[in-house]
Design a protein around this ligand. Structure first.
Ligand SMILES: [Zn+2]
Length: 185
């Protein structure tokens, strides 16, 4: 907050800019709540807004955390758009997606999306989507679909690309993987 002007903070709050989360808190005097800059709750009248450098200062001023943006728990907060993105990826597990579409859905910039994916899902968004595609392909194969069809169904453009991705994810190429499993069953 030190190097930020009141205008900049207000502007970031207006844009729900998640890149500012943690750098300052938005206190709302009329409701007695403090928010993250990214909070999607309706912006209060400007005269009711006070900015705080830290959460402790907001609490010391008698404000409490917001249920919507879970400002109390930041940065250990799973933003609601993360659930939306995972749901979208599951739905599109057979299709190619790109990061710009994710940013469009979440209404958050892609670097923020990547940061949260790394934090909560230990993957980049694209790697996470690939895992979903592979898991779906594996299920198809288990249900008797042949490898090539499964690979194609799940958006892999070549059998070698599928084989490489599968091997990386499950430790064995698909042929051996399923041979071992059927052996075990
Ligand atoms: Zn809030």
């Amino acid at each position: 907050m030190e190097n930020m002007t009141h205008e900049e903070m207000l502007e970031a709050t207006r844009r729900n800019d998640a890149t500012y989360d943690g750098t300052f808190y938005v206190g709302v005097l009329s409701t007695g709540i403090y928010c993250l800059p990214s909070c999607k709750a309706k912006l209060p009248l400007i005269k009711n807004i006070v900015f705080f450098a830290t959460r402790d200062e907001a609490i010391a001023a008698g404000l409490r955390g917001c249920k919507r943006c879970k400002s109390e728990f930041y940065p250990n907060v799973v933003p609601s758009w993360l659930d939306d993105l995972v749901a979208f990826m599951r739905k599109e597990r057979c299709n190619k997606i790109d990061e710009s579409k994710l940013a469009e859905i979440a209404k958050v910039d892609i670097s923020t999306i990547r940061r949260y994916f790394k934090l909560y899902l230990q993957n980049t968004p694209m790697a996470f989507h690939r895992k979903l595609r592979l898991a779906h392909a594996r299920k198809l194969i288990e249900n008797g679909v042949d490898y090539l069809t499964a690979a194609y169904e799940c958006g892999f453009e070549s059998s070698s690309g599928f084989r490489d991705a599968f091997t990386k994810e499950y430790g064995l190429p698909p042929g051996e993987y399923f041979a071992q499993r059927s052996h075990r069953l």
